[in-house]
Write a new protein. Structure first.
Length: 95
């Protein structure tokens, strides 16, 4: 941000505190962007479904990298926000 401010807005001093956005505003913007692109947030029900899908994949494929790539495709096809890395670890680790 500092580069952009100093390169394109030379007359305005760079003040990092002006870039801070409150949590409610940030979440509101995230929700609006997701809606514009047709994505939905990952819910517990979706995670259960993803876990079942992962268990099905694990029963036919032994490669963890294949399971991860298919799980990511699962979220992409359905336009679901990919859960956190830890959550993906839990899903794949228990499959």
């Amino acid at each position: 941000m500092q580069y952009i401010a100093t390169t394109y807005f030379k007359s305005t001093p760079f003040t990092p505190h002006l870039l801070e956005v409150s949590k409610p505003t940030r979440l509101s913007h995230q929700t609006e962007i997701l809606t514009l692109f047709g994505y939905i947030k990952c819910t517990k029900d979706i995670l259960k479904f993803a876990k079942n899908e992962t268990e099905r994949l694990a029963s036919t494929h032994a490669s963890p990298s294949y399971i991860v790539s298919e799980l990511l495709r699962f979220f992409e096809r359905r336009k679901i926000v990919v859960p956190t890395y830890t959550c993906l670890q839990d899903i794949i680790g228990t499959a």
